[in-house]
Design a protein around this ligand. Structure first.
Ligand code: ZN
Ligand code: ZN
Ligand code: ZN
Ligand code: ZN
Ligand code: ZN
Length: 762
């Protein structure tokens, strides 16, 4: 654990909000508030804009966020136009003083001068202030949703009086469109590839069209650009394997793969690229050939072989598909795991030949068989290779717990387990590994299969998410002859029990003990409620589950009535001390102070019944962000009326004050739809049918996971695929979403041919 100096704010001596980057949110709020008075002279002169900026200045959530501000126009130099539309012009410029941001070294807000920025000048809009602030709000408050773009502030040209949004360099300097990871502009890359269509041909129209189609399919900077590769580009051609219809060769591709270079941000070739060539004998039937090669992928996250291009042997006329070389160098079969270039048959051979895995014996046939069985179970490159470990391999043996049947020791394993080195892919031992030894008494006589059962209850898969311990091997105490299971050290340092969650090294018992020992907490003096709270506290199952409490009423300030539902009055309030939160990395429990909460005050609830408490369990949840129910923080009581109060996380939309549609994600469907409708004026495809179609699709959303939500601020259709790509892989491959993205892409490439029937079909 880090020393207290490194984890506490120098200013207020409380724990940092972000320990790693020495960032204290409460202190930054104070600083920004005091700054406001100093920069009073840099006002926009417009009340609405000033109000927006003051509000947005305090909306930061991370050490990386910049402080939104009003930026005087004379701060900009080197202004160059990038693109121009009917409602906005985009410029690049230098901001002389630069944005205000947390500086880790000085632990204060500092400016980064001469910052490259993008200016977006708005004009011709009906309600310029509202539209300006709408767009500013999208990028300031919800900015985390968008890959690269963020807003620095607002400015105004003193001559034209046009308002200007100031962004980071998140626009393509070439075409003015929004860019993504590594400032990759899909639009420019597609244009670039289209311009090259003239420069190459396979001599066959169908193959040309296939390659062009594959090139236009790229949606991510890292996707493979499939090409026609002249046969003369290959050398070092060596046979890997051969069948009646195909043959596979390894080869070097001289010029190599065309790729977006993230450092210099342009297309570059990876010279002398190692590839596999798959020859299709008598592939004169182009349709069959093209059908077959559709099964390869251009996506580098894919676990099927990647396609680099197509070629043709000029002598035999055989067509060739150029693939990533995923064939094992030793045995010429496809790797068991292509991504990690891992071959299971070769691993087992290696263990036999180089590590004498067949020449050892435990002295007991059953144990020998058991270990061999565990070795055959290996299925992944990083699965644990279980082995017989001689007892003299263990140093520093210390007992940590003991029962009638077994004892657990910590020890250091001198040679350590065999593992594949991530870099050179060779098997080697990691010496002096800390492990746990579970010694089973009287296990020398195997009259029953208890020992075998116990061994099989452990896992050889690393990073298993559950309570299952990893096992490395079996050993034997030479004195007692008791057998020993060699296990991962996943025992809590404090209480010596196996962690509740091994991967997170989280111990439930210790977390609850910490809470009781170090945090002031009061009791309700009502037995039923106290029992209920204790029971709920014991329900936690994850490090970030909420430990509910009895919260004294004087902890609440700013209490405002919101409304009434049945016999319940709803208030919003600020909980001064705030709920407990566990910091995963530093193992500390701390309070998040000044938390906005919702109080549900029950009329005439002086008598608490079991039914009432059962309702609480059903209607609220202590699991964060995974449940559709509001999060429960605790129970309180109004000292005047004696009415009981259920304290839950703020479940009201900041904009409309109604209950969020999806409470755990703080997502409000009516407000999202409203914003969508407001945004209709900001974009147009130039085609009314399509506009209506898209508007209709947008207004269909009713869930925070709907992809269109992410799509709102982008008025450029060609961006849709990138955003889907930014989502999880599973969402991307879902068939309905796939259809949707295809529609938009088709529209982009053949937009002249769009008809009503076409959209109906969709
Ligand atoms: Zn502080
Ligand atoms: Zn571009
Ligand atoms: Zn192999
Ligand atoms: Zn513990
Ligand atoms: Zn709302």
């Amino acid at each position: 654990m880090a020393s207290q100096n490194n984890i506490k704010c120098k200013n207020c001596s409380d724990f940092y909000t972000n320990i790693k980057h020495k960032w204290c949110k409460p202190c930054q709020i104070n600083k920004v508030n005091s700054l406001k008075n100093n920069i009073a002279n840099s006002t926009s002169g417009n009340e609405k804009i000033d109000y927006f900026i003051q509000e947005a200045q305090l909306k930061f959530e991370s050490y990386k966020d910049t402080i939104v501000e009003w930026i005087p126009y004379n701060q900009f130099s080197d202004i160059k136009e990038i693109s121009k539309g009917n409602f906005a012009t985009v410029y690049s410029a230098i901001w002389n003083d630069g944005p205000l941001q947390h500086d880790e070294h000085y632990e204060e807000l500092r400016r980064t001068s001469n910052k490259e920025v993008i200016l977006k000048r708005l004009y011709n809009l009906q309600n310029i202030i509202n539209d300006l602030l709408y767009e500013a709000r999208v990028y300031s408050i919800e900015k985390r949703k968008y890959a690269y773009l963020k807003i620095y502030g607002i400015s105004q040209n003193p001559d034209t009086k046009d308002y200007i949004l100031v962004f980071n360099d998140g626009y393509c300097l070439n075409c003015g469109k929004i860019v993504y990871t590594y400032k990759w502009c899909r639009s420019c890359q597609i244009n670039n590839l289209k311009n090259r269509f003239e420069n190459w041909t396979s001599g066959n129209e169908k193959i040309d069209r296939f390659i062009q189609k594959m090139q236009l399919m790229i949606s991510y900077y890292d996707d493979i650009i499939v090409e026609w590769i002249p046969y003369g580009q290959f050398n070092n051609i060596k046979e890997i394997s051969k069948s009646d219809f195909t043959a596979i060769y390894s080869a070097k591709w001289k010029d190599g793969l065309l790729q977006f270079d993230k450092n210099c941000r342009e297309l570059k070739r990876e010279l002398n690229k190692e590839v596999a060539l798959k020859y299709f004998y008598s592939s004169q039937n182009i349709n069959d050939f093209l059908f077959e090669i559709k099964s390869y992928s251009i996506n580098k996250f894919s676990t099927i072989p990647w396609i680099y291009g197509i070629s043709k042997n000029p002598d035999t006329k055989d067509y060739i598909v150029v693939l990533s070389n995923d064939y094992c160098e030793n045995c010429s079969e496809l790797y068991t795991d292509i991504y990690y270039k891992w071959c299971k048959p070769c691993l087992l051979n290696n263990l036999r030949i180089n590590f004498n895995f067949t020449s050892w014996t435990s002295g007991n046939e059953k144990i020998d068989e058991l270990i061999q069985e565990m070795q055959l179970k290996i299925n992944k490159w990083n699965d644990i290779i279980v082995e017989w470990v001689p007892y003299n391999q263990f140093n520093d043996v210390k007992e940590i717990s003991k029962s009638n049947f077994a004892a657990v020791y910590l020890a250091v394993w001198k040679d350590g387990p065999l593992q594949r080195d991530e870099h050179n892919e060779e098997l080697k031992r990691t010496p002096n590994k800390e492990i746990a030894l579970k010694c089973l008494y009287n296990s020398q006589s195997f009259t029953n299969d208890e020992f075998l059962k116990e061994v099989k209850s452990y896992s050889i898969e690393v990073n298993s998410y559950n309570r299952i311990l990893n096992m490395y091997g079996i050993s034997q105490n030479p004195n007692t002859k008791d057998y020993i299971i060699v296990l991962d050290n996943a025992y809590c340092e404090n209480c010596s029990e196996v962690y509740t969650n091994i991967r997170e090294k989280w111990c439930k018992t210790c977390q609850l003990n910490n809470f009781k020992k170090y945090f002031s907490h009061e009791i309700s003096r009502n037995e039923k409620i106290d029992d209920f709270i204790q029971e709920m506290q014991f329900e936690i199952n994850k490090w970030n589950d909420i430990i509910i409490e009895w919260i004294p009423y004087n902890q609440f300030i700013n209490i405002k009535e919101i409304g009434e539902i049945g016999f319940t009055t709803i208030y919003s309030a600020i909980w001064k001390n705030g709920p407990l939160q566990h910091d995963k990395h530093y193992g500390i429990l701390k309070r998040i102070s000044d938390k906005k909460v919702t109080l549900r005050c029950l009329h005439n609830s002086q008598k608490i019944t079991n039914e009432f408490l059962n309702e609480v369990v059903k209607e609220f949840s202590i699991v964060k962000e995974e449940s559709s129910l509001p999060n429960l923080f605790g129970i309180s009581q109004n000292p005047d009326t004696q009415d009981y109060i259920i304290v839950v996380d703020n479940d009201r939309c900041e904009t409309c004050n109604k209950i969020y549609t999806v409470i755990c994600r703080k997502w409000c469907n009516p407000c999202v739809l409203n914003n969508l409708r407001k945004a209709f004026v900001n974009w147009t495809s130039g085609n009314e049918i399509i506009d209506n179609f898209i508007q209709e699709m947008q207004l269909k959303i009713n869930n925070c996971n709907d992809l269109i939500v992410e799509w709102i601020p982008y008025n450029q259709f060609n961006n849709i695929k990138e955003i889907i790509k930014n989502d999880s892989f599973a969402v991307y491959t879902a068939s309905s979403n796939q259809v949707f993205s295809n529609v938009l892409l088709k529209k982009f490439f053949n937009s002249q041919n769009i008809t009503n029937e076409f959209l109906n079909e969709v």
